[in-house]
Design a binder for this molecule. Structure first.
Ligand code: NAD
Length: 264
């Protein structure tokens, strides 16, 4: 049974790098639901991953730091596929090569580059795909479960995700004449290669696991299931939202086990 109502729908997916990518898991759910997938990836290495694991679907290249590349990608999709039902944006970049610095030492260049690739790109996709999205279509991005928890290990990415969450609302409004819905999944810490690239990530990840109500970290497949639902016509009443997938972590500041261990 086509519960999600996605069978045969064309969906563009940005952000597969490897088998751990959030976008990879979203694509798996959408494929199971019968969607026709159009992948757009950063480089040939990622394209090879897509060709291996998603044979029969299309793959294009696109670099979000280069507007000409984004325009060419949208033009190619328009020419080859015509209108599409959905767009998935599962892309972020921050240069952690110098390690994580105190927030007030954030370099302008690093902040603006991360903002450009991780947030502005979603706004730009809204513009490029506005004419290509079907009426009642959907856009989706991946944010984080809280942008007000100042985790030192995450550097300046939380403020950028806050801008992304706000952009979700503004895009939902500006695309509403076409009845295109725009939402985000706010994911708790996951095990992917980009998170592994964040210096000192493992401790906060393990702590976050302890802080969930179920004492078990959120799985990437759980984020993917929510993403597929939000994209689908089953979520037709949900618009301009960041839906949190954190296994209850945000409610558990006074976790009994953590309290017992840290307070005499
Ligand atoms: P990932 O590294 O697998 O995916 C990030 C993707 O961004 C990669 O495919 C990479 O090629 C792409 N990318 C980077 N720079 C690009 C550019 N210039 N142009 C086009 N694409 C570019 O990691 P992921 O964890 O799957 O990240 C996907 C999304 O999920 C990101 O928005 C991330 O912030 C978000 N997220 C991740 C976690 C986590 O713990 N891993 C938690 C919450 C949210």
């Amino acid at each position: 049974m086509d519960f999600l109502g996605l069978n045969g729908r064309k969906i563009v997916i940005f952000g597969v790098a490897n088998r751990k990518s959030v976008a990879f898991h979203i694509a798996k759910v959408l494929e199971e639901a019968g969607a026709e997938l159009i992948f757009s990836v950063l480089n040939e290495e990622a394209a090879a991953v897509v060709r291996k694991f998603f044979p029969g679907h299309s793959v294009l290249l696109c670099d979000f730091s280069d507007d000409a590349s984004m325009q060419a990608c949208a033009a190619e999709i328009a020419e080859r596929f015509g209108l599409v039902y959905g767009v998935v944006h599962s892309v972020a970049f921050a240069d952690y090569s110098e390690g994580v610095k105190p927030f007030h030492e954030t370099a302008r260049r690093d902040f603006l580059q991360a903002m450009d690739i991780s947030c502005y790109s979603f706004i730009r996709l809204g513009g490029l795909f506005a004419p290509l999205l079907e009426e009642d279509g959907a856009m989706l991005t991946i944010s984080i479960s809280t942008t007000r928890m100042a985790a030192e290990s995450y550097g300046y990415m939380a403020p950028i995700k806050a801008a992304l969450d706000s952009s979700v609302c503004f895009l939902a409004k500006s695309l509403s004449p076409k009845r295109v819905r725009v939402n985000a999944v706010g994911a708790a810490p996951l095990k992917t290669s980009s998170s592994a690239g964040i210096p000192g990530y493992i401790k906060p990840y393990l702590f976050a696991e302890k802080a969930t109500l179920r004492k078990e970290a959120v799985k990437t497949t759980e984020v993917a299931d929510t993403a597929a639902f939000l994209l689908s016509p089953r979520a037709s009443g949900i618009n301009a939202q960041t839906v949190i997938v954190d296994a209850g972590m945000a409610t558990n500041f006074f976790d009994r086990e953590i309290l017992d261990r840290t307070v005499e």
